[in-house]
Design a protein. Structure first.
Length: 469
């Protein structure tokens, strides 16, 4: 394509020559922002309807434009969005095709708006929809966690700190920890959605417009809570995209933590979980292998999502008001993060739903590493009125005795315990039992099966309320 004045026709009479091939390439964003076509057409429909209501364009012109926009939507839905770098972005693609369909009247659509407020509106509409999709996926993930937690509300497993066996917990309690993480993730996305739900359309390039617009009406039609209150901020604000990326990053970190646990648990030294074939792969050389590739990819995606957040943060960090072309790079990291996070949520939901938890092996490990030592210290505090720090030292000597004998704490005889400290009577042996340890953890949010079932009931109630809204 040769550089001619016509190839730069969108800029009117200001430029005598067209852009260079390199300029067209660096300036074009259609391969990325074509994802906004539905939102661009929706915003254009709302805008031209408002222009007609306000008497800024005629009803006949608005109807012709709306008919053309409907035709474009049908074409894009059935055939996809064409990509012409000379037209730069989705906004110019829609406008150019509209001109082909309805003629010069198409030019009236851009009355009282700029590509600056246009893209700010389109992008907000897209991010708002993305948040709704992510939230629906996270709700499904929560339901999967709650279902498996209920199934294993009393199943003992080792609880870890520093990846060392610490105290017994139940598998249900462990899974519900991730439910709570997702509660916070959903609240972050919800807060981001609330903050972003103001409509920039009508801010024009940066200073507003002299036309008598009904910005409130446009905002209502597009599902916003109202119009933005400062035109400079409206066209330059990308906080909503950063909010989305920061919420996505934290959510991805939570998914990555569970993915890492599945990876560890699925290894032969642990053997706590068997990941279903649907979420595993084999080895090209070792026929016995079952690799937790889906979990590893979720773990890897977390790094990429965090990278997307960093990328947009660095893009925005030094930009003066109002719009700058750097902001054309706002969409790739958001689109990438959304795609990766949606895949990660679906993968982790599938793994939770279909994996087989090896509860017998978990139970065997639940008391390993002298995991009930703290229960014996608590017994000394409750039953013998020993200060906890003193009880800690006493039980340390009991652990040392068990280590010398090469036995678990519960394998020590009552006489062995009494020999360490006379205040440990034979009833203390019950404190070393895993089932007793679990049953005793009845504080709010504790791992006692009765307490876990209460939290599961709360979760089921909260999720049920969502479906009835």
């Amino acid at each position: 394509m040769t550089d001619t004045p016509e190839s730069n026709a969108m800029w009117g009479g200001r430029f005598a020559e067209g852009p260079s091939a390199v300029m067209r390439e660096i300036n074009a964003s259609i391969s990325i922002d074509k994802r906004l076509w539905r939102h661009d057409i929706a915003a254009s429909r709302a805008h031209v309807r408002m222009l007609a209501r306000q008497g800024i364009v005629t009803v006949a012109d608005s109807e012709a434009i709306l008919s053309g926009l409907d035709r474009i939507a049908h074409e894009y839905e059935s055939d996809g969005v064409p990509e012409d770098s000379a037209l730069e972005d989705i906004h110019m693609h829609v406008e150019a095709r509209l001109a082909q369909l309805v003629g010069d009247v198409a030019g009236r659509l851009h009355t009282a708006r700029s590509r600056n407020d246009q893209v700010a509106t389109d992008f907000r509409l897209w991010v708002r929809e993305a948040i709704d999709m992510i939230d629906a996926g996270l709700a499904a993930f929560q339901r999967a966690l709650v279902a498996r937690a209920e199934e294993h509300s009393a199943a003992p497993m080792p609880g870890f700190t520093h990846l060392q066996v610490a105290q017994p917990v139940t598998l249900g309690h462990h899974l519900m920890a991730y439910y709570e993480m997702i509660v916070r993730d959903r609240s972050r996305f919800a807060a981001a959605r609330t903050r972003m739900n103001r409509c920039p359309l009508g801010s024009a390039a940066l200073a507003g417009t002299g036309f008598a617009l009904d910005r409130d009406g446009v905002a209502r039609e597009l599902g916003f809570d109202g119009p933005t209150d400062n035109s400079l901020d409206a066209v330059s604000d990308r906080d909503f995209a950063l909010d989305f990326l920061m919420a996505a990053t934290q959510c991805a970190l939570h998914l990555s933590r569970l993915a890492e646990e599945f990876i560890i648990w699925a290894s032969q030294p642990y053997g706590f979980v068997t990941i279903a074939d649907a979420w595993s792969t084999g080895s090209s050389i070792m026929p016995q292998k079952r690799n937790p590739d889906a979990a590893e990819l979720v773990r890897g995606h977390a790094g990429r999502i965090a990278g997307c957040m960093t990328a947009l943060t660095m893009t925005m960090k030094g930009l003066p008001l109002a719009y700058a072309k750097d902001m054309q790079d706002d969409k790739p990291p958001v689109f990438e993060a959304y795609d990766l996070l949606a895949l990660s949520i679906a993968a982790m939901t599938g793994m939770v739903e279909t994996s087989r938890f090896e509860t017998a092996r978990m139970a065997d490990w639940a008391g390993s590493g002298h995991a009930t030592a703290t229960d014996l210290a608590d017994w000394l505090v409750r039953e013998a009125d020993v200060p906890f720090r003193d009880a800690h030292h006493i039980v340390g000597r009991v652990v040392a005795l068990a280590d010398r004998r090469g036995v678990a704490l519960h394998e020590l005889a009552a006489a062995d315990l009494t020999a360490v400290d006379v205040r440990i009577d034979p009833t203390a042996v019950r404190a070393l039992d895993v089932a007793g340890s679990l049953a005793s953890r009845t504080s709010h949010g504790g791992t006692a099966p009765s307490e876990v079932r209460k939290r599961i009931a709360d979760a089921r109630s909260a999720l049920a309320m969502e479906t009835t809204r």
